[in-house]
Design a protein around this ligand. Structure first.
Ligand SMILES: NC(=O)c1ccc[n+]([C@@H]2O[C@H](COP(=O)([O-])OP(=O)(O)OC[C@H]3O[C@@H](n4cnc5c(N)ncnc54)[C@H](OP(=O)(O)O)[C@@H]3O)[C@@H](O)[C@H]2O)c1
Length: 239
């Protein structure tokens, strides 16, 4: 039987990389998207050269090219995991218009562009998509120090629910995973702060493989009736 095919963005490092590894272990044919050139050779070794794609996903034409190349190689696409979204720490009064635009492009519009490119193939396979938010948005928690980032993730979250409603009628399930504090070698310095770790009710920060496990579950048949949800993997942080 042919493996199910998944496109994982942000796959060169951090959480996206862990998701790509987990889904590969689970038997998926994983197509990995990276932006910076440095880790391409390593990604090709791991996933196969025809399954590695370079793109700036804020550009609609790059998203279309990635999906086109994937379909050329596989003829089907069953799932998309969009683990991209840059971080910016600044209060509202210190956030420039350009910084706010950057956050929206990176965290929200890249998802819009990617799903626009993947939508026909996902409908054909009656597939699934997982987007990446951040913990605390369900309760509309304001975070003074990450104003533009939190606003962009909030936009993504509301949009995800709209898309989930529309796509459910086509057999496609869209959901979101929202990590709390997940340190890894390339994560934002804030994730290494012992003071923020001390505020997590579970008593420790999370691990990338724990986030990957949540993604794997959302893509599994066990979650076949889960639509438009925001699954926090945050140890109770910001509840
Ligand atoms: N780690 C956490 O504690 C945490 C907490 C809350 C939410 N999240 C969310 O979880 C997701 C993954 O987090 P992470 O910590 O693994 O992030 P990360 O370490 O910053 O990795 C993100 C990856 O996405 C790529 N990327 C960024 N912008 C891109 C673009 N325009 N086009 C293509 N690729 C792009 C980056 O490529 P380059 O190497 O070229 O920069 C990088 O490899 C993000 O959405 C993040 O907001 C993470």
């Amino acid at each position: 039987m042919q493996s199910r095919v998944v496109l994982v963005t942000g796959a060169a490092r951090g959480i996206g990389r862990e998701v790509a590894e987990r889904l590969r272990e689970d038997g998926w044919s994983v197509h990995a998207v990276h932006r910076s050139p440095e880790r391409r050779a390593e990604l090709e070794d791991r996933f196969g050269a025809e399954r590695v794609h370079r793109a700036d996903l804020t550009r609609g034409e790059d998203c279309a090219a990635v999906v086109r190349d994937l379909l050329f190689a596989e003829s089907r696409l069953d799932a998309v995991v969009h683990a991209v979204g840059e971080f910016h720490q600044a209060a509202p009064s210190a956030s420039t218009l350009e910084e706010c635009r950057w956050m929206l492009e990176s965290n929200y519009l890249s998802a819009v562009a990617l799903l626009a490119a993947a939508r026909p193939a996902l409908r054909e396979s009656r597939g699934a998509g997982v987007l990446f938010g951040t913990a605390g948005l369900a309760g509309m928690r304001a975070r003074t120090t990450t104003a533009a980032y939190s606003a962009a993730k909030s936009a993504l979250r509301v949009w995800m629910r709209s898309v989930a409603q529309e796509e459910a009628a086509h057999g496609v399930r869209i959901n979101m995973v929202s990590p709390g504090v997940i340190p890894h070698p390339h994560a934002a310095a804030e994730t290494l702060d012992p003071e923020s770790h001390a505020r997590i009710p579970a008593g420790r920060p999370g691990r990338p493989d724990e986030v990957a496990g949540a993604v794997a579950w959302l893509l599994s048949l066990e979650a076949a009736h889960v639509v438009g949800q925001d699954l926090e993997v945050a140890g109770g942080w910001l509840l």
